[in-house]
Design a protein around this ligand. Structure first.
Ligand SMILES: Cc1cc2nc3c(=O)[nH]c(=O)nc-3n(C[C@H](O)[C@H](O)[C@H](O)COP(=O)(O)O)c2cc1C
Length: 200
């Protein structure tokens, strides 16, 4: 049976909740994709601190939203077919939980299931500086096949705003799932290789 393309999205309490908002908005415009969203308590707190968007406004962009305590929800089971999961942004606490299989909320359980089903898991892991604990956990996850994608600043695209930087990271996430982001600048395009001094 044909399933729609489903992406599980987890939002945890690292800085960068606008990345999740923009990812949800982008996927809402792409036919054939569903988004299945879980937000941790920390995720709600950072969203409210960093944006003017409330939890209920954000969830309007998702196809389906789950209670973070409901470890019996669809996305907690491997039989619910998805293309994978993105945790965006991903806190170091959630990195640790996923790394050690400590699935005490639905976000962590969904990530655990994504790994056990050998599906793609992309973690937009954000903290700075990184401690040996963080680095060790991320190395372990990377060696399991998890994509560790810190939301790094990118200059070669000549961003003019935080929105441009955000769009680039959203484009990188979409690329992992074979989706082309709007206005995503790839290396090799003329606008990417213009000398940086052209900005001044
Ligand atoms: C405004 C704000 C920003 C934060 N930024 C980060 C961050 O960038 N990285 C991180 O690992 N934790 C960050 N934290 C701390 C996490 O939110 C905290 O460790 C929380 O328990 C994570 O839980 P969760 O992973 O279940 O969401 C931040 C907290 C606040 C209030």
């Amino acid at each position: 049976m044909e399933h729609p393309k489903r992406l599980t999205i987890g939002i945890s309490g690292a800085s960068g909740s606008v990345l999740a908002l923009e990812l949800l908005k982008a996927l809402k415009e792409i036919p054939g994709w569903e988004t299945h969203l879980v937000i941790s308590k920390g995720g709600v707190r950072t969203l409210e601190h960093e944006t003017r968007v409330t939890e209920s406004q954000l969830t309007e962009y998702a196809t389906r939203v789950y209670d973070r305590e409901d470890v019996g929800a669809n996305v907690a089971s491997g039989t619910f077919v998805t293309e994978g999961m993105v945790i965006v942004p991903c806190s170091m606490k959630t990195v640790a939980g996923v790394c050690h299989g400590y699935s005490d909320n639905l976000l962590l359980r969904a990530a655990d299931v994504t790994i056990k089903e050998r599906r793609k898991l992309v973690m937009i892991a954000r903290e700075t500086p990184l401690s040996p604990i963080h680095l060790r956990n991320m190395l372990t996850l990377s060696q399991m096949g998890v994509v560790i994608m810190p939301p790094m600043l990118t200059y070669y695209t000549h961003p003019r705003s935080v929105a441009d930087m955000t769009n680039h990271i959203v484009g990188k996430i979409l690329h992992e799932f074979g989706v082309e982001g709007q206005d995503f600048k790839r290396w090799g395009n003329a606008e990417c290789v213009t000398p940086l001094r052209a900005l001044s």
